[in-house]
Design a protein around this ligand. Structure first.
Ligand SMILES: O=P(O)(O)OC[C@H]1O[C@H](OP(=O)(O)OP(=O)(O)O)[C@H](O)[C@@H]1O
Ligand SMILES: Nc1nc2[nH]cnc2c(=O)[nH]1
Length: 180
């Protein structure tokens, strides 16, 4: 039987407590930015699957304005740690005329959020803002910038808190770097 690739070890990087504190700050800042959101005209949150599922769940509970939740699935990192260079999108969004907040886990090369922004813009929302937990500016290849950023991070492959390596490590409550 061929030897399987050894699983890399996670090295803790950002604690669960630091994430929770930052998410609370972001929820407060975002809520202040949408004073016009009402029960009749709620903020349309669009969370990016799969990586943002835990961040979106926590951030939504830190919002104090009326909001709805929809999902878009985006995949470009099939396996390993480099972008495939193309993004598969899957969604059935209802955002026409709505204020949209995209919740992403990480902006790395920028390709995923660029493609999502283009797809959403075509659906004619009233506005689009982007919120990302992690921003890796040193890795940027495509023109993409977020309106709300949790942490600026170095050009290292990060995992945990919803973010995977080969579908592993999403369950970690903290963020880690991959070692080995
Ligand atoms: O800025 P980029 O270089 O495009 O990378 C960012 C994207 O990569 C990851 O998604 P992935 O394709 O791994 O899918 P997943 O969220 O389902 O794991 C991550 O969740 C972001 O959506
Ligand atoms: N797990 C993981 N996925 C990514 N997709 C884009 N950048 C990253 C990263 O640093 N870690």
């Amino acid at each position: 039987m061929p030897a399987s690739t050894p699983e890399p070890r996670p090295t803790p990087f950002i604690t669960a407590e630091a994430i929770a504190k930052r998410v609370a700050e972001m929820g407060s800042a975002i809520s202040k930015a949408y004073p016009e959101a009402t029960a009749e005209n709620p903020l349309a949150v669009v969370a990016v699957l799969k990586g943002a599922f835990i961040f979106a769940a926590d951030l939504m509970r830190a919002l104090t304005v009326p909001c709805t939740l929809q999902f878009i699935s985006a995949s470009s990192y099939k396996s390993g740690t480099t972008s495939s260079g193309s993004v598969e999108l899957n969604h059935d969004l209802d955002v026409r005329g709505k204020d949209v907040l995209i919740i992403e886990d990480i902006v790395d090369t920028g390709l995923t959020i660029l493609r999502i922004s283009e797809a959403l813009a075509a659906l004619k929302p009233a506005s689009i803002r982007i919120c990302t937990l992690l921003d890796k500016p040193a890795a940027r290849i495509h023109p993409a910038r977020a309106d709300y950023i949790g942490f600026k991070v170095p050009d290292r492959f990060l995992i945990g808190y919803g973010i995977d390596w080969n579908e592993r490590f999403r369950e970690l409550s903290y963020l880690a770097m991959l070692e080995g």
